[in-house]
Design a protein around this ligand. Sequence first.
Ligand code: NAP
Length: 293
Amino acid sequence: MVILDGKKVSNDIKNEIAVEVQKIKDKGEKVPHLAAIIVGNDGASLTYVGSKVKACERVGFESTLVQMSNTTSEIELLEKIKELNENADIDGFIVQLPLPPQINEQKVLLAVNPDKDVDGFHPTNFGKMALDMSTFIPATPFGILELLDRYGVETKGKHTVVIGRSHIVGRPMSILMGRKGFPGNSTVTLTHSHTKNITQITSQADIIISALGVPNFLKAEMIKDDAVIVDVGITRVTDETRPRGYKIVGDVDFANVSKKASYITPVPGGVGPMTIAMLLKNTLLARERHNNI
Ligand code: NAP
């Protein structure tokens, strides 16, 4: 069994990006600039945004964090987005999800300039992805592809089962794994909460990508020998023995599933760090687009 070590690979990617940033600096050009908007003070969201800003600093990007209160109106947020769309200094930006209930998420995603949409959530970019055109691929699916690529995990002709059909993970993942090329060329089954007999489906899978957010959902008896397991789930579970009072767990019963799997991502240290690294990669791409490089 091989651990798909997202922590290590994401560090490699960050080092590669830092080299690119140094080249940009050496040419006297402006370094990439990523901005993030966060609305409200959800603990997990603040942690994610904090990690993204820290990662920018580490590779030499400029970063801007826009913090807005929990009571921000939709109009106020849309105005801030317009400002970032028009700010020539910023190459790309993200709006951290989830948003408070008074704000319509779809309206917000539609307001982001697709050329600055480094999360790849705008319908223009999502459509381009589905049509195999060059675009920003959502960071989590992009990170999973990169991880499979760097470990040389064969995907061609394999049966990939994706659990979860969210717009940010499961749905794009199912499209990407079925695309022509590598990683891709898989035969994909997309499952969700209405799927019947899920064990029957997962036990036929060569590759399982689990993105539902239910701790220890995927058990050893649900997979076949030598399956490749990618665990996207991140759930905070109370753990009084830890200083923070919680621990992070994935969707996969790692202790038992890892005994049967050929490759497996740990949680933490698997898909999570890859997501941040690919956001940085998308920002580098946004800078190129912005400057017509
Ligand atoms: P989401 O929007 O809540 O979607 C969950 C999906 O799982 C839905 O499609 C749901 O089906 C499906 N589902 C729920 N229970 C199920 C069951 N018993 N059997 C089969 N399918 C079931 O979640 P998300 O945003 O995609 O996130 C999923 C997990 O990944 C969460 O733990 C999240 O924290 C984590 N995540 C991690 C990263 C990372 O960087 N590692 C990034 C994003 C998300 P329906 O559509 O029928 O409701």
